[in-house]
Design a protein around this ligand. Structure first.
Ligand SMILES: Nc1nc2c(ncn2[C@@H]2O[C@H](COP(=O)(O)OP(=O)(O)O)[C@@H](O)[C@H]2O)c(=O)[nH]1
Ligand SMILES: [Mg+2]
Length: 352
């Protein structure tokens, strides 16, 4: 799972990236604008910790999320040739974007996250619109040479997108059918990707009014944090961080909330594999069937899938051992149509 962190310069992207990934990329005036930072976060999961204690494997392999700090989004990009090539390349690689909005006064000006949201949103809309219009022209040229029905269908989808974007609405909320989305896939439209809003507020500030304002403006539910505090926490040893959190009356690092929110936003879940060699968490899209879930482990497992032995984490933990869980009737055999659930512990039977 890859997410891109975007926003206007000096909004706190790199600070938040550092907090999420426990990195130490340069922030502030010394940060080179368009630099891209990539960091991999191990997803903390008490279920995997428990399974690891139970099986005592040689290796514990948590799920991971990759966060990409994508700089280089300037105000008014659309009027000067569009969003940069590097920005677009990075955005094409990520499944979703996290938009950081500055809610603290700085040298860049007084805080105005709602205006900044509009600025960024407009850039994303205009970038998609330019892409769609280019493609519409292209398809029309092709159609003059050769009237293919698939071109006609593509044109219909493109026109739908154009109307949506001209009305300043994201393609995401167009409710496209699966085959329509497929036709758009190669364009990697920016406003089709899920977007998480992060209100980056000043220390000890009451950000509730701003959060409400943004929620009304966007119809979403913005995530709030204070970047520098989170960055400090991320760089402390665990026990020190614990004391610090208690002192500030913060329940948990924003990193944890952010990871959960990332899973929710993208409709992702985890299943586990266990054994003496390794206990491991795997990320899949909710609704994935057993063979395709097995395919994330190894393509042979999907190709040669026979059935899966499945026990839910909760049952396994309560029983205390796989054998006990089996005695209690919690270990099931599931076939090709089984939809894997969050927390399933799975043993794939396959033959190639
Ligand atoms: N007061 C305050 N300053 C922040 C906050 N987040 C970031 N900053 C500061 O804002 C400046 C820009 O941050 P940076 O992460 O480099 O922004 P970027 O350009 O979006 O990557 C740095 O000096 C940060 O220390 C915040 O929540 N509150
Ligand atoms: Mg930066």
């Amino acid at each position: 799972m890859q997410l891109g962190i975007i926003g206007l310069p000096q909004s706190g992207k790199t600070t938040i990236f550092n907090a999420l990934t426990k990195s130490a990329a340069k922030v502030g005036d010394f940060s080179s604008g368009p630099a891209v930072h990539i960091g991999v976060v191990k997803v903390p999961d008490p279920r995997l910790d428990f399974l690891t204690e139970m099986y005592n494997p040689k290796k514990k392999v948590p799920a991971t999320i990759t966060y990409v700090d994508i700089g280089g989004m300037a105000r008014g990009a659309s009027s000067s040739g569009g969003l940069g090539a590097e920005f677009l390349t990075q955005m094409h690689k990520v499944e979703a974007a996290i938009l950081v909005l500055r809610d603290f006064d700085s040298a860049a000006g007084p805080a105005s996250p709602a205006d900044d949201y509009q600025t960024v949103f407009t850039e994303l809309i205009l970038s998609d619109l330019a892409m769609i219009e280019r493609r519409i022209e292209r398809v029309k040229v092709d159609q003059r040479k050769n009237k293919r029905p698939d071109l006609e269908r593509e044109l219909q989808v493109l026109e739908k997108c154009r109307q949506q974007l001209e009305a300043e609405r994201p393609v995401r909320t167009l409710g496209l059918a699966a085959d329509e989305s497929r036709r758009l896939r190669s364009f990697q439209l920016l406003t089709e990707k899920p977007l998480m809003l992060v209100l980056n507020h000043a220390e000890a500030a009451d950000c509730r009014p701003r959060t409400r304002e943004l929620a009304e403006l966007t119809g979403g539910d913005p995530f709030t944090l204070c970047g520098p505090i989170e960055m400090d926490i991320a760089q402390m040893p665990d026990d020190e961080a614990k004391g610090f959190l208690e002192e500030l009356k913060i329940d948990e690092p924003a990193l944890f909330r952010m990871i959960r929110q990332s899973y929710r936003m993208l409709g992702k879940i985890c299943f586990f594999t266990v054994g003496e060699d390794e206990c491991r968490a795997w990320t899949i899209t909710d609704g994935t069937k057993a063979p395709q879930a097995a395919g994330t482990i190894h393509s042979d497992m999907e190709r040669g899938f026979i059935r899966a032995e499945v026990v839910h984490y909760g049952h396994l933990a309560a029983a205390g051992s796989f054998a006990k869980a089996r005695e209690q009737g919690h270990v099931r055999l599931e076939g090709k149509e089984y939809e894997v659930k969050d927390g399933d512990v799975i043993n794939v039977k396959f033959n190639v």
